[in-house]
Design a protein around this ligand. Structure first.
Ligand SMILES: NC(=O)C1=CN([C@@H]2O[C@H](COP(=O)(O)OP(=O)(O)OC[C@H]3O[C@@H](n4cnc5c(N)ncnc54)[C@H](O)[C@@H]3O)[C@@H](O)[C@H]2O)C=CC1
Ligand SMILES: CC(C)CC(=O)C(=O)O
Ligand SMILES: [Mg+2]
Length: 370
């Protein structure tokens, strides 16, 4: 198979972890005989430095011409004082909008070998297997007006939460379709006791559910959901929610796996290309130290193999390699614990790659005797 992949490493540890996903995709290409062509583009602060904008037209073009997009992360203190339209995060929001990436899938999976890395007790997190479906191109992050002004001598500020009913319907439908392939339960998270947008969200969820009699729908208010995620996470299968709630709850959910550095994501659109990125940010506090966990980015590459290219066996090979490396005791600093082998970002990437390629050697040897 031949595929073109746009790679947008972005800023901070985005660059460090994206190298891992690219290396792993190359190893998969080598083992399974695929040709992946990588083209690099700028986004975020690095694009501001080179082009004076967080999302140059060239980058949008590159993504549109590609079969899939791999993104690192954007942002950093260097850019915090820039006017809003030049902030790195604007580049990320804009590429999501430009590519119509309305649904962001964030799976949270229990890794038995990482049980001791989570601050939560093993009995609570054991066997957690949920997917958060986050609406990605509407809500507060995109609402207009979003501005400051002065009224009667007072500084005032407004952000707008805007949704069209159809924007809610399409992402909620996707969540129901996903639940049908999984454990058959959708938890719709909102704040319908206060927000009109959430009352519409709840209505839409009820409407959509009529076409899915085999899927159970429950509504949970977002504050309660934040608590249940920590207290009783096994109750969740597919969680669907609007943009900002999903952003916040998915960082919280990452604690169930052991680290923010473990959670991958896939952003889906009507026509593609889809975009894959770890859920974490550019982590300026650990940038340049070669300690970032590359597994969220590597697991995002596995999602790309599965969802964009239909390469299930290859996706499993990546996920199995990650599991094997964790089972063998290799740990970046964020998931490290007593008695384990603490490794750097680059060493972790090498371990995953070697595990993928080792299997090729074993398969070749077996082939020779078949
Ligand atoms: N998708 C994106 O590009 C995102 C960008 N951001 C941006 O990133 C910058 C930093 O934001 P923060 O609030 O610090 O969030 P962050 O997600 O970058 O980091 C939060 C904490 O988790 C740690 N962490 C994150 N990823 C890790 C990894 N792979 N391995 C080990 N530790 C990891 C960091 O060291 C930090 O202590 C800001 O400019 C923010 O706007 C934040 C979230 C998402
Ligand atoms: C620019 C932000 C919305 C990025 C973020 O926190 C995320 O997508 O998780
Ligand atoms: Mg976030």
């Amino acid at each position: 198979m031949k595929k073109r992949i746009a790679v947008l490493p972005g800023d901070g540890i985005g660059k460090e972890v994206t190298r891992g996903a690219v290396d792993v995709l190359k190893a998969i290409g080598e083992r399974f005989g695929h040709q992946f062509y990588f083209s690099y583009g700028k986004i975020g602060g690095s694009a501001v430095d080179s082009f004076g904008t967080p999302l140059p037209d060239e980058t949008v073009e590159l993504c549109r011409e590609s079969d899939a997009v791999l993104l690192g992360a954007v942002g950093g203190p260097k850019y915090d004082q820039l006017p809003v339209h030049l902030r790195p995060e604007r580049g990320l929001l804009k590429i999501r909008k430009e590519l119509g990436l309305y649904a962001n899938l964030r799976p949270t999976l229990y890794y038995s070998s990482l049980a001791e890395s989570s601050p939560l007790r093993k009995e609570i997190i054991e066997d957690v297997d949920m997917v958060m479906v986050r609406e990605l191109t509407g809500g507060l992050y995109f609402g207009k007006p979003s501005e400051r002004s002065t009224q009667n001598g007072q500084d005032v500020v407004v952000d707008t939460l805007f949704y069209q009913r159809e924007e809610m319907t399409r992402v909620i439908k996707l969540a129901f379709d996903l639940a049908r392939q999984r454990k058959g339960k959708v938890t719709s998270v909102d704040k319908a006791n206060v927000l009109e947008s959430s009352r519409m969200w709840r209505e839409v969820a009820e409407e959509v559910s009529k076409a899915y009699p085999d899927v159970t729908l429950e509504h949970v208010l977002v504050d309660n959901a934040a608590m249940q995620l920590i207290k009783n996470p096994r109750k969740f299968d597919v969680v669907v929610t609007e943009n900002m709630f999903g952003d916040i709850l998915s960082d919280e959910a990452s604690v169930l796996t052991g680290s923010l550095g473990m959670l991958p994501s896939a952003s889906l659109s009507e026509k593609g290309p889809y975009l894959y990125e770890p859920i974490h940010g550019s982590a300026p506090d650990i940038e340049g130290q070669n300690v970032a966990n590359p597994l969220a980015s590597i697991l995002s590459a596995a999602m790309m193999l599965r969802l964009s290219f239909g390469l299930e066996e290859e996706a499993k090979a990546v996920e199995n390699a990650v599991n094997e490396v964790l089972n063998a005791g290799y740990r970046t600093k964020d998931i490290s614990s007593f008695g384990k082998k603490q490794v750097s970002t680059t060493e972790m990437i090498e371990e995953v790659k070697a595990t993928i390629l080792d299997h090729e050697t074993i398969l070749n040897i077996m082939g020779a005797y078949a």
